[in-house]
Design a protein around this ligand. Structure first.
Ligand SMILES: C[C@@]1(CC(=O)O)c2cc3[nH]c(cc4nc(cc5[nH]c(cc(n2)[C@H]1CCC(=O)O)[C@@](C)(CC(=O)O)[C@@H]5CCC(=O)O)C(CC(=O)O)=C4CCC(=O)O)c(CCC(=O)O)c3CC(=O)O
Ligand SMILES: [Co+2]
Length: 230
């Protein structure tokens, strides 16, 4: 039986390097899974996830390239699929709980110059969805353990508190002389650009491109493909 199509749902950005990162991720995932892979956008760019799904014959597995299951994953993408008559598509969970994403964040952090003893702000996009924010809090706790108990605070670029710059200030107020920013963002974009102004001593790059992130997407697809194939 033919493999279900893997529809990679990315947020969408006006930053061309962000779109290039998304296309490269789609290519890496196609290689890992051997499945037909298509790219759709939740916001900012077209075609949206529903429009892409409507043009696909046969079963579809949508893997959201999102770190937490917030508004876009839980509301926006399912609504796009319903509008397009593809409410049958299986939508997998977000990626942030997969340890490979955390490993990617740690690699970026070290490459940006983080040293043992420095405090860290895990900088996430921000969401109006409390469950999505709880998922980011959990990632911050896992990051702290992974860094040998380093002080880690969450900071948000938009929509939620504390803002990234405020999280940096709080750590300094608690006596941390050096504060590093870990990017809990997938790709270069407007949100990542804002991290440069947050007052940190170093800023890690976003998570993509990364083979572990591609493997996490492939794993989500493979687990769901069993359900999607009719
Ligand atoms: C729903 C909303 C707020 C709400 O939660 O209510 C929200 C939510 C989320 N966005 C997330 C991610 C990204 N957002 C952007 C960009 C933009 N996001 C904007 C709006 C909104 N985003 C609010 C809807 C307002 C509305 O449309 O009504 C834009 C259009 C306009 C603006 O800035 O207001 C601005 C475009 C800037 C431009 O190009 O002009 C990028 C791309 C980039 O950075 O360039 C990334 C990928 C970052 C990466 O690379 O990872 C995540 C994290 C998901 C995760 O966990 O991964 C969530 C959380 C969630 O889904 O809940
Ligand atoms: Co957004």
């Amino acid at each position: 039986m033919a493999l279900p199509t893997l529809l990679l749902a990315v947020h969408g950005t006006r930053e061309p390097r962000g779109s290039a990162a998304a296309r490269r991720l789609a290519g890496a995932v196609a290689e890992l899974t051997g499945a037909p892979v298509r790219l759709g956008f939740a916001d900012v760019l077209a075609p949206d996830v529903g429009e892409v799904a409507a043009g696909i014959d046969g079963p579809v597995v949508v893997v959201p390239a999102f770190l937490a299951a917030g508004y876009h994953v839980r509301v926006d993408i399912p609504a796009q699929l319903h509008r397009a008559g593809r409410g049958d598509a299986v939508v997998t969970g977000a990626l942030g709980e997969d340890d490979r994403l955390l490993q990617a964040a740690v690699r970026r952090l070290r490459r940006a110059g983080w040293r043992t003893g420095e405090a860290v702000v895990l900088a996430a996009a921000g969401s109006s969805d409390p469950d999505a924010r709880a998922q980011v809090d959990q990632a911050a706790q896992r990051l702290s353990r992974r860094l040998g108990g380093a002080g880690v605070e969450v900071g948000y670029v938009a929509t939620a508190e504390p803002a990234v710059a405020e999280a940096v200030r709080r750590l300094r107020a608690r006596g941390h002389r050096r504060v590093a920013l870990a990017s809990w963002l997938l790709a270069p974009g407007l949100f990542h650009q804002r991290l440069a102004e947050a007052g940190a001593d170093s800023v890690a790059r976003p998570l993509l491109p990364d083979a572990g992130v591609a493997a996490a997407v492939a794993a989500r697809y493979q687990a769901a493909a069993l359900l999607a194939a009719v």
